[in-house]
Design a binder for this molecule. Structure first.
Ligand code: ADP
Length: 425
């Protein structure tokens, strides 16, 4: 508030007070020597408070800022507190909010002005921590969760201001993202262990059988050794995929520097998977537009993307059906300037993917049909690997699917700029 507006407010309040006092005196019909000044001061205070409230309600003044002035918080400290990303509140000796910064007002959702802390935060553990700090002065930290509007977890730090026993500071620190990451890590370890335990249990079971009653049964031994080889292979694939995912994640923030021909890579991936397609009676076709520039990318990682996608199209497509692989110039992506994108689409004519499952396909270990994926030797990590490689290449993955008509997985990758193409050729 400027000096001028303070003077103006005071003058207005005083004038209002005097007017009220004069009216009161004339109504009473008596005037003692002290009546006039006392009535004026009382009315001025009243008018000042009313003015402050009215302006706060109109949004022209920040009541918490006004109150920060009352506790003598320097303007610069207030400005710093106001901008702090962590929610902060100053509480007086009676447990009332003296100041709440913007982040704190966002958390409590109501105007904290002079309200008791118990009306602002309803978490018993936090209120108890504030009460203990106010009473005994010791600092406290408590973790708590606010369920609405979106569940968030905070740790509340409560401390008394040094040199001012009547002032308590409450700071919240948002732990939501950290908790989510912790949960994801724990889920991942649990899922990976579960996936490894299944083939391991099968192997142990067959070892016991071969040591026991099947010891002298040559036919059973052959059959069991065959199953054991399949289970061991499943474990190997899972470990390979887990290591692949970890390696790609570690490199995800390092953009690839090389350039490579997508057509060559696609032809290689198609050649590798043609025997599998034949075995499944699936026709695998490829077409590539002419004269496309190379892509910016790492060859081995790009091969992994397209092998995963083509393999999935064969596995989950229509038995005896078709898989089409195409390479074309993609549309420029908004925000990327004039940079050209290259689009690789892998399309099948299988039964398609339910719409609710599409956004979850790139989650680790997510499968639409777990049994079917296992039967086909899937690990549930293929599309998670694809997503991470695409991210590293600053590309995009789009999945379109229609029930009964099949699915199309499209990868958009940035093309190498003309200078890089000349260097390469
Ligand atoms: P998986 O090892 O199980 O194949 P992915 O991560 O590669 O794991 O794929 C996840 C799931 O997405 C698969 O289990 C399958 O349910 C579904 N999916 C992937 N590609 C296709 C496709 N072309 N058609 C139908 N479903 C698919």
């Amino acid at each position: 508030m400027t000096l001028w507006s303070r003077i103006r407010n005071a003058a207005l309040a005083l004038a209002a007070g005097m007017a009220v006092a004069l009216i009161a005196v004339s109504l009473m019909g008596t005037a003692r020597a002290w009546t006039m000044p006392v009535a004026t001061v009382a009315a001025a205070v009243l008018a000042g408070i009313v003015a402050l409230r009215v302006r706060a309600e109109n949004g022209t003044i920040d009541l918490s800022a006004a109150q920060a002035e009352i506790v003598g918080l320097p303007a610069v400290a207030r400005a710093v507190f106001e901008r702090l990303p962590d929610p902060l509140m100053l509480i007086d000796g009676a447990g009332r909010a003296l100041f709440a910064n913007r982040a704190m007002r966002g958390v409590i959702g109501i105007d904290p002005a002079r309200k008791h802390i118990s009306a602002l935060l309803r978490t018993p553990s936090v209120l108890e921590a504030v009460r203990r700090t106010m009473a005994g002065g010791e600092t406290a930290s408590v973790e708590f969760t606010l369920p609405v509007p979106v569940e968030r977890t905070y740790v509340a730090h409560v401390a008394r201001a040094e040199g001012n026993p009547m002032l308590t500071i409450l700071v919240l620190h948002d732990l939501t993202a950290m908790k989510r990451a912790e949960q994801m890590r724990a889920d991942f370890v649990a899922n990976a262990s579960h996936e490894l335990r299944t083939p391991l249990a099968a192997l142990s079971g067959f070892i016991d059988t071969l040591k026991g009653h099947a010891r002298d049964d040559a036919a059973a031994r052959e059959e069991f050794l065959g199953i054991m080889a399949i289970e061991a292979e499943r474990m190997r694939r899972l470990i390979d995929d887990l290591l692949s995912l970890t390696r790609i994640e570690q490199n995800e923030h390092v953009p690839p520097s090389g350039t490579t021909s997508l057509e060559t890579i696609l032809r290689e991936a198609v050649a590798t998977l043609t025997p599998l397609a034949r075995a499944e009676n699936v026709t695998l076709e490829m077409e590539a537009a002419k004269d496309l520039p190379p892509a910016i990318g790492e060859r081995d990682e790009l091969i992994q993307i397209f092998q995963n996608l083509i393999h999935n199209a064969i596995k989950y497509g229509r038995p005896g059906g078709h898989v089409w692989v195409s390479l074309a110039a993609g549309r420029a992506t908004p925000g990327r300037g004039a940079e050209t994108m290259l689009a690789v689409a892998v399309r099948d004519d299988g039964e398609g993917i339910p719409p609710a499952a599409v956004p979850r396909l790139t989650e680790r270990f997510y499968r639409v049909d777990v049994q079917r994926s296992r039967e086909k030797g899937g690990t549930g990590l293929g599309l998670a690997i694809v997503k991470h490689i695409v991210n590293r290449h600053q590309g995009r993955l789009a999945i379109e699917s229609r029930a009964g008509e099949g699915s199309t997985f499209t990868v958009l990758l940035p093309a190498a700029p003309a200078a890089a193409v000349t260097e390469m050729s």
